[in-house]
Design a protein around this ligand. Structure first.
Ligand code: ZN
Length: 346
């Protein structure tokens, strides 16, 4: 299949093509409709926990422990949340839910139309613990053809097409099955001209290993977004070494102000610490390789359930950036120009 390059120069949203200059301020790593319930919790079954004032802090702190918290399945709530994003100054976001995390093309289109926010949808597969046995058995070529079809034809029998590849799940150590999925993502990138967004394994070496793999496979590191740097790399030298590879470095836990991380014994940074790391990257010449987002994938991070919502970066982080000496041009590059370049098909 080489229908490619008819896509070149445009951005593909769930409601159709848009010209890049209509994208505006953009969150590059979010989930609007998804289910990222940890498989172990899902296997226990039971009833969803109702979030109340009494339990909301506990559920927010231990965000993976409570059934229902990792399910964003109410379109009416999604519409309200995205309207709040628009009121705060955002225009577009990328929903990186993939097959395993219950990507919902028809729901995303309805929500995007009603809230009047551009939504770009992802494709590909998540980490191995989430994969069905059938998908884990597929060849790299089969996986690549599915992603190419999601981008050029449409997802799940609809005409709603993906506009980015990812988030592609990697564990640490990186499994052979996941490597096959990444190889497929590189093939899909070569065929379609889309960017790849990576969910790296939870180890400081994981992003380096992944960028090297993508480069060796013929992918474009400058169109590779390394997500979740907040929980993966902690030293300035380490993150500069990653940016030196040419890949895009994404701090996408904005709004998580807790130092506790449920998956691993690490100290999560807060928003101010994230911005200090980003300042270092900018000062060292990496402005064009930085993205920021919230990676909202739980109810407790939505305004409806007492959380900060998708508008947090616009309402609270941009003013903090200004206080820390970021210029308007730097903020525009991080929130508008970089997303625009990465979402525009080449
Ligand atoms: Zn992720």
């Amino acid at each position: 299949m080489n229908l490619s390059r008819k896509t070149s120069g445009k951005i593909q949203t769930v409601t159709g093509w848009i010209e890049p200059d209509l994208l505006g301020p953009t969150l590059m790593h979010e989930h609007v409709l998804c289910d990222i319930t940890p498989p172990e919790l899902a296997s226990q079954g039971g009833l969803e926990v109702e979030i109340t004032l009494e339990n909301v802090w506990e559920i927010r702190y231990h965000w993976t422990r409570h059934l229902g918290n990792s399910r964003l399945n109410r379109e009416d709530i999604a519409v309200q949340e995205l309207k709040r994003l628009r009121e705060a100054g955002g225009q577009s976001l990328v929903d990186l839910s993939c097959v395993e995390t219950k990507r919902n093309p028809l729901g995303l289109r309805r929500v995007a139309e009603e809230a009047r926010v551009n939504i770009v949808m992802g494709c590909g597969h998540y980490t191995e613990e989430f994969l069905s046995p059938e998908i884990a058995k597929k060849s790299a070529d089969m996986l690549a053809q599915e992603m190419i079809s999601d981008i050029f034809k449409g997802v799940d029998g609809t005409d709603i097409r993906s506009g980015i590849i990812g988030e592609i799940g990697c564990s640490y150590p990186w499994t052979e099955t996941e490597k096959r999925g990444m190889h497929a993502a590189v093939t899909a990138q070569q065929e379609t001209g889309a960017a790849i967004s990576v969910h790296p394994g939870r180890n400081p070496e994981a992003p380096h290993e992944i960028v090297q793999f993508i480069t060796d496979a013929g992918g474009d590191p400058t169109r590779t977004i390394m997500s979740h740097i907040d929980r993966t790399i902690f030293g300035c030298d380490e993150v500069l070494r990653l940016a030196d590879t040419g890949c895009v470095v994404e701090y996408d836990f904005f709004g998580i102000e807790s130092s506790y991380y449920p998956f691993q014994e690490i100290d999560l940074p807060n928003d101010a610490m994230r911005l200090n790391m980003i300042r270092t990257l900018v000062d060292e010449g990496h402005l064009s390789r930085i993205l920021i987002s919230h990676d909202i994938c739980t109810r407790t991070r939505l305004v409806d359930y007492g959380g900060h919502g998708y508008g947090h970066i616009f309402a609270n982080i941009i003013p903090m950036m200004k206080r820390k000496g970021f210029t308007d041009q730097e903020i525009d590059t991080i929130l508008v120009q970089n997303p625009c370049r990465l979402l525009t098909f080449v």
